[in-house]
Design a protein. Structure first.
Lengths: 438, 438
């Protein structure tokens, strides 16, 4: 028996011992151990409207687009699917069209980098902004774990900004920037979801968006706007413009995802980075081109076949993911409405149980008068057949120790009702236990 | 007119000003400016045997595998294509089967991480090994630029080891390790292609492979074996085992790519990391699971649709990419033979022009008695209609300033002949110019 090569974890990169990376593993592991439990945990799109045959239809649609609209020869079309492609992606014009149609965002397609999901986009922008040990990123709390994890990979500190009931506390943002600078740090950017945030479910109102843009300009901060849930507004007429749509000075780097609106299994996202970069010799480039240089050393390019699938879906719906997701939007609205109505019935005023009221998206947050830890999640999965997410995984704020996140995207309306019944039993049992313990 | 946000390149990550990242850009840019030039530059697989309809056939083949062989329900199969999947990938068993069939490598599928091309695999292993400013990686010169670029992204120094005529100079490897340690560095691993290397075309003979494994064990070095070209041996019977097939102590991290053998447009690669990792509390994990934690924060997972395409191609050929690439292997062998025969004819002994004689793969290196710089490439593309790659992009070694790399994969045999005629004209014109200048 030979000795097997063994590495010490302490001699591998520090991110591997970080709680942010352990969180994801723990949550997935619980879900895998209780496959029969109803999941109000997973922020995954609804599956029932998808058929495997859709993929072929999307591929054929994109092939027709290449040969008929783009006038490519059959050899050129074949090369587009088969061969290594442009680092910034091959569907940038379709992404730009989609942003114009659904979001009223007008950008040069050259400022778009198509990425392997939005996660790669987050990594690229943080890698670019983290030059040395002074560079830090701000993030509104509670924070999506993917941002925290990407920052760990580049050893970049994440400074949290209070979210509060409005989604962002601008006074705290200014104070955090000032404090960081006093400590010798350079806060480069602030990361947030302005619409139906993960995990809070909150959206910024229009005056807050304007004030945030002004503050960012004043402080010389980029805003990293992550917008996977914007199209899932319960009332599409009552949706404020994105920060990027309001952006006049290119202060906003827009992070887009087709995982919720297109097809998670394609892993296609993108970043709009229309900022200018000035070299010492006076030449200028687009930030998108700098991010593409990093991407060329990270994943080379995003699988053209995966881009083609998303392109086909976009083309099939004239560039509108709102139209493509009409059934999903209706379902998520129905699920959210049922959940909110059910919570009112299950927990009358005085029960000590509270929740917020998102205007759309996948998530809402429930606050309870007892500790919500990983052991309670385990109990819930095992004894109540229900999964959800403890909020302490998203923030160190003390109130999060008594909060849980619910997601309404994966289940049918009837399953949401059943999930809520199980949640009510769990919470009421906990309340009784607590009273008995007093 | 508002002021547009402008970032200083000097305040972005240092890799963005690095020549390694500029190299790729420059070479692509020349190729794009002369689309009509014959390319003996691109290390891309031959396109003529591919049809867009192959994709659908591969997807259907994998779907049948899921429902018939794996006994998944239609809902589960749909989920496998559609939804977020396992971070380590969903085709790990098929990858393990492929390694057993084509390479005689026997590994636990759990030690495999499916990645977004081999480039992501290189990034993951370097990110894991770069804990602090002491950690360095060794690489055999001339070095594939993707390795250099990935190292830049994690600020990891690359210490070059002489390649020499045998593909690796083991004395120089030992000396480089000793020198690095004396400087306070920790050399963690040595990166190399043992078969038909890019860019040198060289392969290690069997005694050198054994000696390298022994040296790595003695020095406590991992070997990062990158093997995209192994199946393209001109004589498949005369192929030494890979380092991983000879590895008894799990000293070798094996980096695999389906870009050349499968389909570049799927962007699927993988890493075999069966090393153990020991935590301070005594628990052990597989290095593959640690790399998967990093991947969860980089790209989340490799597009299941892209994995399904590769899986279908593997299944169609009973796990053998040697069988799947029978036509390609024959073509590359023919192209390489024509190129070698043509070089003999064009440059008789005494001409001062020399070249090496690879036993397969995509590349060979030509040495000439004049400077081979980027200006000469520009001249070649513009005036001779021919693209190739100046070797100075792969190494700082002085001899590389008089060398160029030729790739034989993209062209037909007749195009190779024509490319060689153009190359002979270019070289002979240079030789005459040099004589006139004397």
């Amino acid at each position: 028996m030979t000795d097997l090569t063994t590495l010490a974890l302490l001699e591998l990169h520090g991110s591997l011992a970080d709680p942010a990376l352990e969180s994801m593993n723990f949550l997935n592991e619980v879900a895998n151990r209780y496959p029969e439990a109803l999941s109000l945990a997973a922020g995954r799109p609804h599956e029932e409207f998808f058929e495997i045959s859709d993929i072929q239809r999307y591929l054929e649609r994109y092939e027709r687009h290449l040969t008929q609209t783009q006038q490519l020869t059959p050899e050129q079309a074949r090369r587009a699917f088969f061969q290594y492609g442009r680092t910034k992606g091959i569907i940038h014009q379709l992404v730009a069209d989609n942003l114009a149609v659904d979001e009223g965002i007008s950008v040069d397609p050259e400022s778009i980098v198509v990425t392997v999901g939005c996660q790669e986009a987050m990594f690229l922008i943080l890698r670019a902004l983290r030059r040395d040990e002074r560079d830090a990123v701000l993030a509104v709390a509670p924070t999506y774990v993917g941002l925290t994890g990407a920052a760990k990979l580049v050893d970049m500190p994440v400074l949290t900004v209070a979210g509060g009931p409005g989604g962002i506390d601008l006074e705290d943002l200014a104070a955090t920037v000032a404090r960081a600078r006093a400590q010798g740090l350079r806060p480069r950017a602030c990361y947030l979801l302005a619409d139906h945030s993960n995990p809070s479910g909150l959206s910024l109102d229009l005056p807050t968006r304007h004030a945030l843009l002004e503050l960012a300009e004043r402080e010389g901060l980029l805003l990293l706007e992550d917008n996977p849930y914007g199209v899932f507004a319960s009332d599409p007429q009552d949706r404020p413009p994105t920060l990027k749509a309001l952006d006049r000075r290119r202060q906003v780097v827009y992070l887009g995802s087709y995982a919720k609106t297109g097809l998670p299994g394609a892993r296609v996202g993108f970043v709009v980075a229309d900022q200018l970069v000035a070299a010492a010799d006076g030449t200028q480039s687009l930030l998108a081109d700098e991010l593409a240089k990093l991407k060329s050393m990270l994943t080379v390019n995003t699988a053209p076949i995966a881009q083609a699938v998303i392109a086909g879906k976009l083309l099939e719906h004239e560039g509108s993911l709102v139209r493509a997701n009409a059934r999903e939007i209706a379902l998520y609205r129905e699920n959210l409405a049922r959940l909110l109505a059910g919570l009112v019935q299950a927990f009358p005023a005085g029960s000590g149980v509270k929740w917020n009221t998102p205007s759309g998206g996948f998530f809402l947050v429930v606050s309870v008068p007892f500790e919500v830890d990983d052991a309670l999640l385990e109990t819930s999965a095992r004894d109540y057949g229900l999964l959800w997410t403890p909020m302490h995984h998203f923030t160190d704020a003390p109130e999060a120790r008594r909060q849980l996140r619910l997601a309404v995207s994966l289940l049918t309306p009837d399953q949401v009702d059943e999930g809520l019944r199980r949640l009510a039993r769990l919470i009421n049992d906990q309340l009784i236990n607590d009273r008995l313990a007093d």
